[in-house]
Design a protein around this ligand. Structure first.
Ligand code: GLN
Length: 452
């Protein structure tokens, strides 16, 4: 813990940590030492973690990187952080992210961008988003591991951009209670770690049934680490043809075929598959996610949480809402609220929101069909490119294209993992994604383990 605290001190330029909690870290570390001395120590005991700012942590600023939550210190602890701390994990501080987890570059944060520890010559790159602070902190050794959340790719894309491992579990595996909501039917938390073994250990601690989240599954949590046998003989891996996009960079093609060859060499059977509705995933996601966000973000009204605008003489409650929300939300969040309320409005609901929900069902069925045909896991690239430069990708539509390989997994509620898979010709990390059957994170982690 002391070593990581001093690393964090020296790494301010990355802007990964936005709230520092050294006192809490030292208290938790001392308590962990005592448990270890008594021989009562779970695997996570004493492990120094960074926590994404989206998690509510009791008495510690939890702002979802938004101005509207300025000064908000929750009176409660999220289920995930409760479970981690009960297992003896240590919180070093809170990590930067895109505002309300909306973004793919960590550039929408009220705290400013995060810098990727990997550079292209001397050019600063984004670490991806929205869990950009988590990814940069793990990659730069500012913490042993970090929590992330993933609504459309926010664990997997930044993991790929920084050369680390990140898993989004099956929807319902990890409690959402106490995590600031973005799009509730898509949001899941997961670990961001140095390797697959760490991910297995940390995921097990994060999982479990929680009566406080009505979508949390009441299923036993396996010992994921024990499932890392490295034996994938006879497993059937699907390669979806729709993910071979026009204009895909040669280096991404190459990484994908190398990954396929490695799985084959490890004894897996490789099969070409089709997921025909893939091309509708991004448009459906960018209707459903903003719709849910516009509803979730209605609670930031200047009364209950954080920021309230200064009012002029004669201002009423409407002016208070308007001024508070105009000041407190950044441009991307305002864009999502506007899109979301538009697609939910009476005249357009059927044309947009209902249509997107139907498309979502078709995407889910595509996956069910291939899993019923015997596919155990699906291999794809994690992102369409390596990390891009800060400020380089400011057009929103261009930015949304980053999620092309990851959003399908959230729409279908499946587990997905990104693992580092080598460097491109500029020396930047690239990631592969594996998609698994629902609730079979253990098998998925094991396939990923053979690719390490
Ligand atoms: N980049 C996607 C978005 O902006 C996904 C974000 C996420 O997974 N939280 O919505």
């Amino acid at each position: 813990t002391e070593a990581y605290l001093s690393e964090i001190e020296g790494a301010g330029a990355l802007n990964a940590f936005v709230h520092h909690t050294p006192d809490q870290a030292r208290d938790q570390a001392r308590a962990a030492d005592a448990r270890i001395a008594k021989g009562d120590a779970p695997d996570m005991c004493g492990i120094p973690l960074g926590i994404k700012d989206l998690f509510c942590t009791k008495g510690v600023a939890s702002q979802a990187a938004s101005g509207i939550l300025n000064g908000f210190k929750p009176e409660y602890e999220s289920t995930v952080t409760t479970q981690l701390f009960d297992a003896g994990a240590v919180m070093l501080g809170k990590l930067n992210m895109d505002e309300f987890a909306m973004g793919s570059s960590n550039e929408t944060s009220v705290y400013g961008n995060v810098v990727n520890p990997w550079k292209n010559d001397d050019r600063d790159l984004t670490p991806g988003g929205s869990s950009g602070g988590s990814a940069a902190a793990v990659a730069a050794d500012l913490c042993a591991a970090a929590t992330g959340t993933d609504t459309g790719g926010s664990i997997r894309q930044p993991a790929a951009f920084t050369g680390i491992t990140g898993i989004k579990p099956t929807y319902g595996r990890v409690s959402r209670w106490g995590i600031v909501a973005f799009a509730s039917s898509l949001d899941q938390a997961g670990p961001m770690t140095k390797d697959v073994r760490d991910a297995a250990i940390m995921l097990e601690t994060m999982c479990g049934h929680d009566p406080k989240d009505s979508t949390s599954a009441d299923l036993p949590v396996p010992n994921f680490e024990a499932m890392l046998t490295g034996d994938i003989k006879g497993k059937v891996i699907g390669i979806p043809k729709e993910y071979r996009m026009d204009g895909m960079p040669a280096e991404i093609e190459k990484l994908w075929s190398e990954g396929t060859a490695m799985l084959k060499a490890a004894g897996a059977e490789i099969r070409d598959i089709s997921l025909p509705h893939t091309k509708y995933a991004l448009p459906a996601y960018y209707v459903i996610a903003p719709a849910e966000a516009s509803s979730n973000l209605a609670r930031y009204d200047g009364v209950r949480f954080g920021h309230r605008a200064k009012l002029a003489q004669g201002d009423g409650i409407t002016e208070m809402y308007e001024k508070t929300r105009a000041e407190g939300f950044g441009a991307e969040v305002q864009r999502r609220v506007m899109v979301g309320t538009y697609v939910l409005s009476a005249g357009f609901y059927d044309a947009y929101y209902n249509r997107a929900r139907k498309v979502r069902t078709l995407i889910k069925r595509d996956f069910e069909t291939v899993f019923n045909d015997g596919i155990d896991a699906i291999l794809t690239p994690a992102t369409p490119s390596a990390a891009f430069g800060l400020g380089e990708n400011m057009d929103p539509i261009q930015m949304y294209l980053n999620d092309v390989f990851t959003v399908t997994v959230n729409l279908a509620g499946l587990p997905g993992i990104a693992i580092p898979a080598g460097l491109d010709d500029k020396g930047l990390p690239l990631g592969l994604q594996l998609i698994g059957r629902p609730w079979e994170e253990g098998d998925l982690l094991n396939v990923a383990y053979t690719l390490e």
